[in-house]
Design a protein around this ligand. Structure first.
Ligand SMILES: [Zn+2]
Length: 451
C-alpha cells in the first residue's frame, strides 16, 4: 500500500492523505487549504486520482481544514462512504453548509465590488453542494474496530482537541498506521485528554506547535487583565474564534470570570449562529468533555446569542463596553470581519486572538503588528490593541506531544511529521529524534511513499 500526502505538508491546513492499496483507496481527512493565496489555489487543483475511485473517506474531526474539501470531492464524483464519529458528523452538518454559504457570499461580494482578479469569481462549492455531501456520512463510535475490506480495518480513539475528534488507526495484514489528526492537550479546560496509543508500524503526527511550549498561565487571569484594561479605556473586546471548540472554551472561561466577581457588568455576545448550534451539540455529548450539565447551563446561559444578521450589525453601533465572540478564528471570513471594520480603527478597543494564526491569514497579519488589514477589498486601519492568548490552544505543544508519544512501547518503523509550518515540523522532528530516537520523515506536498 502507498500513502500520498495531499496536504498539511509545510502548512497546518489542507489535511488529506491518500492510502492506495490498488483495489481499495482510502482518504484520511479531506481538508481545505486556508491562509496564503498560494495554498488556497491548491483547492482548485485536480485531484490526483479520479474522486469516484476513492472507496472511503475517514475524518479525524470536523474542523474545515480536515473536512472542508468534502463537498468538492462529492461534486467531482466521490460516491463512497464518509466515516467519522457521531459528534463529528453533527458538527459537519453545521460547518460544511456554512462553509458553502461563506464561499458563495465571498464570491458574490467579490463580484459586486469587483475586487477579484477572476471574473466572475466562483465559489469552490455552494451551500447546496455541502448539504448533498452529508448523505454519504456513516457515523462510527469510538473504540470499535470496523472492517472496510478483507484487508483493511479502522478504529477511532479519542484525541481530545474538539468534540468528536479522533485518532485513526488503520490495520492491514502487513502493518498498522496511526493518524493523530489534531492532538488535544492533557489539561484542557473542557476537553478530555487524548487517549494513549502504544503501538503502530507507521505514525502520522501533527506538529502545529512543534517548536513551542504553551505558557502555563491561568487563562482566566489573562482574560481578566485584557478585558479589565480595555473596559477601563471605555473600549470593547472583539474575539475572533473558531465556532467549534474555541468559542465554547471561551464561554466557559468568561463564565468563570463572571462568577469570580472580578468584573462588573460584562455583556458577552456570541455572534455566530454556527457557534450557537455547536454549543447545543456540546450539551448532547456529555461523555465527551469535562463539563457537567450544571457547568453547561452556567456556561452557555451567561451569554447573549446573536442569530440575526441585523442584530449582529447593531452591535457595531453600541457605545457600551462589551465582549463579542465571533467567527472565524483567523479572521479569514464570517461576521467577525464586520466587527473588525467597526472596532479595529479605534485605539480604545482590543482585538483578542486565542488560537493558532496560519501564515497569510488576517489574524497572522494583525498579530505581526501590521497597521492596516485588507477586508472586502478595503484597507482598514488597525489602531486597537491586538492581543493574543495562546494558552487556550486545543493542540498539544512540543512537550505534550513528546509526552503522548512516550507511551508507545516500541518505535514505529517510520514517523511522518505533518500539519505544521516548516519550522514547527522540523523542530518536532528534531525533538523526537533526540528524545525518542525514532526514524522521522517530513513528507513533501504530493509525495508518495510505499508502506
Ligand atoms: Zn482541528
Amino acid at each position: 500500500m502507498k500513502i500520498q500526502f495531499l496536504g498539511a505538508t509545510g502548512t497546518v491546513t489542507g489535511s488529506k492523505y491518500l492510502l492506495d492499496g490498488g483495489d481499495y483507496r482510502l482518504l484520511i481527512d479531506c481538508g481545505l487549504f486556508q491562509g496564503l493565496k498560494e495554498l488556497r489555489l491548491k483547492n482548485w487543483a485536480e485531484f490526483p486520482v479520479p474522486p469516484n475511485s476513492v472507496n472511503t473517506v475517514i475524518l479525524t474531526h470536523a474542523h474545515l481544514d480536515h473536512s472542508g474539501f468534502l463537498p468538492l470531492l462529492v461534486k467531482r464524483g466521490f460516491r463512497g462512504k464518509v466515516l467519522c464519529t457521531p459528534a463529528t458528523f453533527d458538527l459537519c452538518k453545521i460547518l460544511l453548509p456554512d462553509s458553502g454559504k461563506l464561499q458563495e457570499e465571498e464570491s458574490g461580494y467579490a463580484n459586486r465590488k469587483s475586487y477579484s482578479k477572476h471574473h466572475p469569481a466562483l465559489p469552490l462549492y455552494t451551500q447546496e453542494d455541502a448539504v448533498k455531501c452529508l448523505s454519504y456520512f456513516h457515523p462510527l463510535s469510538f473504540d470499535k474496530e470496523v472492517i472496510l475490506s478483507d484487508k483493511i480495518r479502522v478504529e477511532f480513539t479519542r484525541a481530545g482537541h474538539i468534540l468528536g475528534a479522533s485518532l485513526v488507526t488503520i490495520r492491514t495484514p502487513s502493518f498498522s498506521l496511526v493518524f493523530t489528526g489534531d492532538l488535544g492537550r492533557p489539561n484542557d479546560l473542557i476537553m478530555l485528554p487524548p487517549e494513549y496509543i502504544d503501538k503502530a508500524d507507521y505514525l502520522v503526527v501533527e506538529s502545529t506547535y512543534g517548536d513551542r511550549e504553551h505558557e502555563e498561565k491561568d487563562v482566566v487571569d489573562e482574560l481578566y487583565n485584557i478585558i479589565d484594561r480595555t473596559f477601563k479605556r471605555g473600549g470593547s473586546v472583539i474575539i475572533p474564534a473558531f465556532s467549534v471548540g474555541r468559542s465554547q472554551v471561551l464561554l466557559y472561561a468568561l463564565a468563570k470570570l463572571k462568577k469570580s466577581g472580578r468584573v462588573g457588568k460584562m455583556p458577552v455576545y456570541l455572534d455566530s449562529p454556527m457557534s450557537i448550534n455547536a454549543t447545543e451539540i456540546f450539551r448532547q455529548f456529555p461523555g465527551e468533555h469535562r463539563l457537567s450539565p450544571e457547568d453547561c447551563r452556567a456556561t452557555f446561559e451567561a451569554v447573549r446569542y446573536v442569530r440575526e444578521q441585523e442584530e449582529s450589525k447593531e452591535l457595531d453601533q453600541k457605545k457600551d463596553s462589551m465582549v463579542i465572540i465571533s467567527a472565524s478564528g483567523m479572521a479569514t471570513g464570517g461576521r467577525v470581519l464586520h466587527h473588525l471594520k467597526a472596532f479595529a480603527p479605534d485605539s480604545k478597543n482590543t482585538i483578542l486572538f486565542t488560537g493558532f494564526q496560519a501564515a497569510g491569514t488576517r489574524g497572522a497579519t494583525m498579530l505581526s503588528g501590521a497597521r492596516t488589514v485588507k477586508i472586502h477589498g478595503e484597507e482598514i486601519p488597525i489602531a486597537a490593541e491586538v492581543a493574543n492568548i495562546n494558552s487556550f490552544s486545543a493542540h498539544s505543544d512540543r512537550k505534550e506531544t513528546l509526552q503522548w508519544l512516550s507511551h508507545f512501547k516500541a518505535a514505529p518503523r517510520k514517523t511522518f511529521i505533518t500539519h505544521g509550518e516548516p519550522n514547527s515540523a522540523l523542530a518536532l522532528k528534531e525533538a523526537i529524534e533526540r528524545n525518542l530516537h525514532w526514524t522521522c520523515y517530513l513528507p513533501k506536498y504530493l509525495e508518495t511513499i510505499e508502506l
